[in-house]
Design a protein around this ligand. Structure first.
Ligand code: NAP
Length: 306
């Protein structure tokens, strides 16, 4: 635990910066629920897989390959189902959706945890900047494909980030989704996380009148494999600050797990959470027209993918 976490307070929910995924699920019996977690083989996703399964949920753990998903599921106790879901490959995402649908699995939670950050050089998938494609478009295909399997009170949880604040002016550069004009790694990461946030808010609007919910989460700042693309100086500084100010992986997984399963979050939708409490996001994340436009553009992109 970092020094900061030792002294950080708790919020309205009774949880806060120092709470862990085990803390926020203490006493909960998730037996009978089914939860899909993307990126289950590393960092926060692996901790979410472990703790949700520990509390009795059946957890469908997805990873880029079936081998990675199997290894992750085998490393935790409980009822787990490994599935491949390579978010940068629409065929893989669709196959994952088809497997869940074919098995008739009803999902209580879709936890969109997987992500990549700050790719130093422009990389693309199908002509789109890779962070936008992986973090947003891949999850867009997954969630929209699985909506028919979501239970009447089902929750969709998107891993955004405080980094959504780094998104360009206007939020999304619709005329530069290839990333070719003025590529800046953190700006592109910010845009992808802004897209995750807009998606949660638009989905929440589409859920209006139902008991299904969609929310977005900032997990905190945690030293995980996510930093693998950061330059060595930043990685060094990150390592130095770990014990002073960063969250542990157990603390980092708390907010996504809290929003996924805690009874206090039932019925809360369209919000942005940090430290297990509702938090403020960038004001333009509440621009409903922008979120609607992103949804429409995403549908058009997906329709043209092989
Ligand atoms: N750590 C932080 O400080 C922080 C802060 C803000 C937000 N977040 C968000 O939290 C989430 C989890 O991050 P983390 O810190 O746990 O990072 P991590 O340890 O790197 O885990 C990321 C997971 O996403 C998977 N992934 C990456 N690209 C993928 C793809 N194309 N298809 C399918 N899965 C893919 C990774 O698989 P591989 O292992 O196979 O690459 C891994 O399982 C991310 O969405 C991130 O943006 C993290």
């Amino acid at each position: 635990m970092s020094l900061y976490a030792l002294f950080a307070g708790k919020g309205f929910s009774g949880f806060g910066y120092g709470s862990t995924a085990e803390d926020v699920t203490a006493g909960l019996d998730l037996t009978g629920t089914t939860i899909l977690v993307t990126g289950c083989n590393s960092g926060l996703g692996h901790e979410a897989l472990r703790v949700l399964a520990l509390r009795g949920a059946r957890v469908i753990g997805t990873a880029r390959t079936l081998e990675k998903a199997k290894a992750a599921c085998a490393s935790v106790q409980g009822d787990t189902v490994p599935l491949a879901c390579e978010l940068a490959d629409p065929a893989s995402v669709r196959a994952c959706v088809a497997s869940v649908n074919a098995a008739g699995l009803q999902l209580d939670v879709i936890l969109c945890n997987a992500g990549i950050m700050a790719l130093p050089k422009l990389q693309q998938a199908f002509g789109y900047e890779l962070q936008f494609f992986t973090n947003h478009i891949g999850h867009f295909i997954l969630v929209t494909g699985l909506l028919g399997q979501l239970t009447a009170t089902g929750r969709v949880v998107m891993l955004s980030s405080a980094g959504h604040g780094l998104a360009p002016k206007g939020g999304i550069e619709f005329d530069n989704l290839s990333g070719e004009r003025g590529y800046v790694s953190w700006k592109q990461y910010g845009q992808s996380k802004f897209a995750n946030l807009l998606f949660a808010k638009e989905l929440a609007r589409r859920f209006a009148g139902t008991q299904q919910t969609a929310n977005a989460v900032h997990p905190g700042v945690i030293q995980t494999n996510l930093g693998r693309h950061m330059n060595p100086v930043l990685q060094f500084l990150f390592g130095l600050s770990d014990k002073i100010a960063l969250k542990s992986v157990a603390q980092g997984a708390a907010t996504e797990v809290y929003v996924s399963v805690h009874p206090a979050v039932a019925g809360i939708s369209g919000k942005y959470f940090a430290d297990c409490n509702v938090a403020k996001s960038r004001p333009d994340a509440d621009d409903a027209a922008l979120a609607r436009k992103l949804w429409d553009v995403s549908e058009q992109i997906v329709a043209k993918l092989p």
